[in-house]
Design a protein around this ligand. Structure first.
Ligand SMILES: [Zn+2]
Length: 113
């Protein structure tokens, strides 16, 4: 991903956090070998490591934010509901009429898998 894509990612992430009143939370992106993230509830930080060779992993960002919204229950049903809600809100394909979401390009079209 290039600088423009990283800036777009950062802006998008701030928008999602803001939409849920999570303005005290900080997502810190740093380059690494894999895409992975963790939620630090005490310091309200989400360090996310990303592989610079790959496109921005918007699903991973939403995954970590779903953890913030659902608490420390791990991958339980509350987490699943929050994650599903976030995906529905932010990862709708462009042809369905949602704009301003760069996370859409890799999503299959309806009818595909
Ligand atoms: Zn998780």
């Amino acid at each position: 991903m290039n600088k423009e894509e990283r800036e777009e990612r950062d802006e998008w992430t701030r928008m999602v956090l803001s939409d849920f009143g999570l303005t005290e939370w900080t997502v810190r992106f740093r380059p690494g070998m894999h895409n992975e993230g963790i939620v630090l509830y005490d310091s309200k930080e989400i360090p996310i490591t990303f592989d610079v060779q790959r496109p921005v992993d918007y699903a991973l960002i939403l995954h970590e934010i779903a953890h913030v919204l659902s608490g420390k229950g791990g991958h339980d049903s509350i987490f699943a509901d929050k994650y599903t809600m976030l995906v529905r809100k932010y990862m709708r394909p462009k042809e369905w009429g949602f704009s301003g979401n760069p996370g859409l390009t890799t999503r299959p079209k309806p009818g595909q898998n």
